[in-house]
Design a protein around this ligand. Structure first.
Ligand code: GRG
Length: 304
């Protein structure tokens, strides 16, 4: 592939990411004001504003931009995908799920507010996400597009989406998992929301069906890539920490790509996914493709 600076000489990804994340953080802060009942809004804000890379909202905005839309058309949707992402993290960390104490470098929601409040904070964020898109998307986006985007988001989250991935993940615990099953879990747990972020941004930005479907293909590649890289990082990080060649995930029960394919093949698979994602972008106006191009590279090379 061509060197990045050759393709987009004037695009500074770090600055772009910082600027977009700042804009998203401000919009999220305003979308969930600290109001009565204080306790629930405190719990919602605690996890929502706790940092995080903001990959999903930035993808949503970049996708709106590549089809010629303005940021404002997709800002409520960008907030919504981050609200949903955050609620899945809150619920995933609960004692009845992964039972985690730390998230985004801070004590998990249930550790601070208690389990009952953490469950409700997740529920409230999920509900608010849909309300926010319906109520706050500007009127220069047609109601037909808003409804299409909401439908897309709903199906990505529900029992054919994230929830499907989570239930399969739970029921496969301690069992031998095939490559197909592992892919099903990842596609549903992780890719679906990334896909919806990109697809909804394109729908709200006024994208033609052909453009929306091309971007869906791009998103499916980077969605799977996100998880393959996560698995690779698990191995390489823990082997760095332990100072040995095999990381903890090669030894633990949990199925991962490096475990099923071997580390080298997993890395090769990641490279193929980036190349496929980039191919879909080649159909778009080069002057608008830089953010999605660099986001794919960022996901491929991230260190956390
Ligand atoms: C959706 C109704 C509903 C319930 C939730 C708990 C659950 C069902 C699903 C679990 C989904 C889950 C936690 C998937 C993992 C997603 C993932 C890759 C998280 C890490 O994302 P990053 O790296 O994190 O973008 P930051 O903190 O940067 O935002």
């Amino acid at each position: 592939s061509k060197p990045l600076n050759f393709v987009f000489p004037d695009f500074h990804f770090d600055e772009y990411m910082k600027k977009e994340a700042k804009m998203v953080n401000k919009a999220l802060d305003e979308a969930v004001p600290l109001q009565n009942p204080i306790k629930i809004h405190e719990a919602m804000r605690y996890s929502l504003l706790a940092g995080g890379k903001r990959v999903r909202p930035v993808l949503c905005l970049a996708s709106c931009e590549i089809v010629g839309g303005e940021d404002s058309m997709a800002t409520p949707m960008a907030c919504a995908v981050e609200m949903i992402h955050t609620m899945t993290l809150i619920h995933d960390d609960l004692p009845c799920m992964d039972n985690d104490d730390l998230r985004r470098g801070k004590p998990t929601n249930h550790k601070v507010f208690g389990e009952e409040t953490a469950i409700l904070a997740g529920d409230a964020l999920l509900s608010l996400a849909f309300e926010h898109v319906a109520a706050k998307t500007p009127t220069n986006v047609s109601p037909e597009r808003v409804v299409r985007a909401i439908s897309e988001l709903g199906s990505a989250v529900g029992s054919q989406g994230l929830v499907a991935g989570q239930i399969l993940d739970i029921s496969s615990e301690g069992k031998q998992v095939s490559l197909e099953e592992l892919e099903y879990i990842h596609v549903h747990k992780t890719s679906k929301l990334l896909e919806a972020s990109v697809v909804c941004g394109a729908i709200l930005g006024g994208g033609h069906v052909i453009e929306v479907e091309r971007l869906r293909k791009y998103a499916r590649c980077i969605g799977l890539l996100f998880q393959v890289v996560d698995d690779i990082l698990d191995v390489t990080k823990s082997s760095e920490e332990l100072g040995k060649t095999a990381g903890k995930d090669l030894e633990s029960d949990k199925a991962t790509y490096p475990k099923l394919l071997g580390l080298d093949k997993a890395k090769e698979f990641a490279r193929e996914l980036v190349a496929k994602a980039m191919e879909e972008l080649s159909y778009f106006d080069a002057s608008k493709a830089a953010p999605l191009y660099h986001l794919a590279n960022y996901i491929a090379h991230r260190q956390n």
